[in-house]
Design a protein around this ligand. Structure first.
Ligand code: URA
Length: 434
């Protein structure tokens, strides 16, 4: 087989076989296929697309490109969750302990963020001393003992995705539905969970800007998951404004803890209860989404979810006192208010712009080697639909540098629209695909 012939076949709209996909992916990892050939291949896939069989086969080849985690030593059905990525998305920090407290084991590998804010691991690392690096046997022991562990994915799991994603990022080939589906599902399959709940985000702050695209991606991933023998459900959710009120690592940890106390923002709470309910049903801890939701509400009210979070943080060397004392989290030196200039209803908050402002402040990484500042970020004081008056604080900007603060302020200036009429707010959960 020759790389050039496989590229030409896809360029001309042909259907690739499993062998051809394996040849390209394996050759790329082993550095027999160069970056320029792989770039051409990815662009051919981007333009011509991959059908359901090709996407499923690509997923399999990527999932088996490295180690596959074996969670069979942990009893019970292990359910994973994954979000396609959004601004202010701290769902895993809430859903993990919530679901574990309700009896379904959570053995989760998460990533660091590239882009607007940190990933789950970056957020957890804003808790002093938190250790995201457990050996596989420690990871399994901790889940068996306390029902939850969240660790950083190691280099050996799905090396194909790491290498391919890095190239997609610089060759304008990220936003391809089959490439996104195979990237996400190969990670989930290699992660070893028995069942998967996917949070597919749609809106200005998401990869998928249109509901039809989000639906196509969700259906494709559910299909791949089921064919790989993993029960899979996808929830399509609104990402037109940031999730909750905070964007930035330590700020998001505080908001996640508030949510576990039952005092979280409405949208975040709704999303966590929805994702968590599906996880309990797939984990066979409950028979219906309705009863699962009631169970989760009870677990929050009784304080069990919060206690599970503290137990999980302590097990990974973090300070569990964080649940009662937010002062141990890093704090920015400057907090600057952004003020409303007129009266009316907030008609939109551009999630992507808020994410960019947080990135300017240092809450995210522009390149994978950038260091994150855990303390900085954005706190919204209002959400879409709220009535505000001139002089009200709309946003707090948490910064450590006056120049970066000014840049973030300029971005926020164009991010929030106020209108005289109240617009109908879109529902958080738009559709469930199973
Ligand atoms: N998230 C992933 O893990 N992969 C993609 O391709 C896009 C979003």
């Amino acid at each position: 087989m020759r790389t050039c012939d496989v590229i030409a076949k896809k360029r001309d709209g042909g259907k690739l076989t499993s062998k051809e996909l394996e040849f390209v992916v394996q050759g790329f990892i082993e550095e027999e296929i160069t970056d320029y050939q792989m770039s051409a291949f990815l662009m051919a896939c981007y333009i011509r697309g991959l059908d359901i069989d090709e996407t499923g086969n690509l997923t399999k080849v990527m999932a088996s490109s490295g180690e596959q985690v074996d969670l069979s030593a942990i009893s019970g059905i292990k359910v994973d969750k994954h979000s396609t990525g959004g601004i202010g998305d701290k769902t895993t920090l809430v859903v993990g302990p919530l679901v574990a407290a309700a009896g379904v084991p959570v053995a989760k590998m998460s990533g660091r963020g590239l882009g607007y804010t940190g990933g789950t691991i970056d957020k957890l690392e804003s808790i002093p001393e938190f250790n995201p690096y457990l050996k596989e046997n420690e990871f399994i022991r901790q889940v068996s003992k306390i029902g939850i562990a969240i660790v950083g994915a190691t280099e050996n799991i799905n090396p194909a995705d790491k290498k391919i994603y890095a190239l997609r990022d610089v060759t304008a080939t990220v936003s391809s539905i089959p490439l996104i589906a195979s990237s996400i599902m190969s990670k989930k399959i290699a992660g070893g969970a028995d069942a998967i709940v996917l949070d597919v985000k749609v809106g200005s702050g998401a990869f998928m800007k249109k509901p039809d695209d989000a639906r196509e991606l969700a259906k494709l991933m559910v299909n791949i998951g089921e064919k790989a023998g993993r029960k899979t459900v996808a929830v399509i959710t609104n990402m037109n404004e940031p999730l909750g009120f905070t964007v930035g690592n330590a700020l998001e940890v505080k908001e996640a803890i508030d949510t576990l106390k039952g005092k979280g923002p409405k949208d975040l709470t709704e999303l966590c209860l929805t994702i968590g309910s599906h996880m309990l049903v797939l984990g066979e801890a409950e028979t219906s989404v309705k009863s699962a939701r009631e169970k989760l509400e009870e677990v929050i009210c009784s304080g069990k979810a919060l206690k599970k979070f503290a137990q999980f943080v302590e097990a990974q060397d973090g300070n569990p006192e964080v649940i009662d004392n937010y002062d141990i989290l890093p704090r920015a030196k400057i907090v600057s208010d952004y003020i409303a200039s007129g009266d009316g209803y907030i008609s939109s908050i551009d999630a992507e712009a808020v994410g960019k402002a947080a990135l300017e402040l240092g809450a995210g990484r522009a390149t994978k080697d950038d260091k994150i500042d855990s303390s900085v970020g954005i706190v919204l004081k209002h959400k879409v639909g709220d009535h505000v008056e001139a002089g009200d604080v709309l946003v707090e900007i948490h910064a450590n540098d006056i120049v970066l603060l000014d840049r973030a302020d300029t971005i926020i200036d164009n991010a929030i629209s106020i209108s005289k009429e109240k617009l109908e707010k879109k529902a958080m959960v738009m559709e469930v695909i199973s």
